[in-house]
Design a protein around this ligand. Sequence first.
Ligand code: CP3
Length: 343
Amino acid sequence: MNDSILLKTLAGEKTERPPFWFMRQAGRVLPSYMKLKDKYTFWEMMQDPKLGAEVTLLPIDDLGVDAAILFSDILVIPYAMGMGLDFTDRGPEFDVPLVDRKDPVAALNPDPEKLNYIYDVIQQIMDTKPANIPLIGFCGAPLTVLCYMLQGIGRSKEFPIATTFIYQHKETIKKLVDAITDLSIIYAKGQIKQGIKVFQLFETHAGLIPFDLYEELFFPSVKKIAAAVREEGVPFIYFPKDLGTGIAKITPDMCDFLSIDWQTPIETARKLVDPNIGLQGNIDPRLLYADQATIEASLNKYIDFGSKNQDWIINLGHGFLPDIPYENAKFLADWIKRTDWRR
Ligand code: CP3
């Protein structure tokens, strides 16, 4: 594990090139994944240790990434709190959204045991993965998880029902955030015990509410989860998508590395973010719809940044989009490896 280029970068050591992995690297673009998807549902793949481990490890051979990320979903937390969950063609759906409950807090029944199947998947990954490739664990951050819990379905990315509820019931929201945070900490520690070496917190919908409200209601939870993970010696990456210039307000007690979306140029992000925090990101996932000459021309602008910044992990600004050509994802991975980073 000592020769993991990702762990070296997270530990502040020098490397010849930046390490890379991609959000949604397993479950979207790989032809090998598509074949499995024809045979099994998402639930089947993530719950079965053999299948879950197989899918998790696919991008190592198919793309040559420097890390694997557990094949699972952020919505396993509400599921373990007793909410009925289904992954449909329209996205994830809960049977009874929390806004339809008289007492949303009492409707939840967090049961850490209901996460045990995931530790079995991690064990199988540990038994079968290459030694120099670390496993990244993750969970969703409370606002993103709450959006789906409150509204029940993620069809509208604006989450109007969830946002209205957040404004109208602040005290209930605080209790719900605490409940999600407590179980997320147990879950993160469980993943660490099982062998994950890096942890990422996905706050995909950080931009859903005004920054001040996000800071008030959700920063405390991010700090608690970050502290619990770092206490175990595991580096913590935080991905608050669409936070805009709010990234300037993120303090070193919230993360070791900050994952930047594609809206902020990486050099601008570097100027905004606290110098004690490393960066991850932020290739625009839509670039991968272009032809390879266009992709390469756009990627070249990262070389100067990479030559000057050792505390940088290459990733996308959000996950791979479902219908990009696999060849372009592979082209991106190969480009990172063949580029002279002038370090
Ligand atoms: O490479 C990987 O796929 C890693 C595993 C992973 C999944 N979801 C698998 C998945 C990770 C890290 C996630 C995180 C996740 N899940 C987030 C945060 C990151 C992001 O992409 O914004 C969010 C918001 C979710 C909630 C979720 N799960 C949605 C909105 C959907 C439907 C749309 C989609 O992303 O495909 C899911 C389902 C889901 N999660 C699938 C997979 C492989 C698809 C299931 C299927 O095809 O039936």
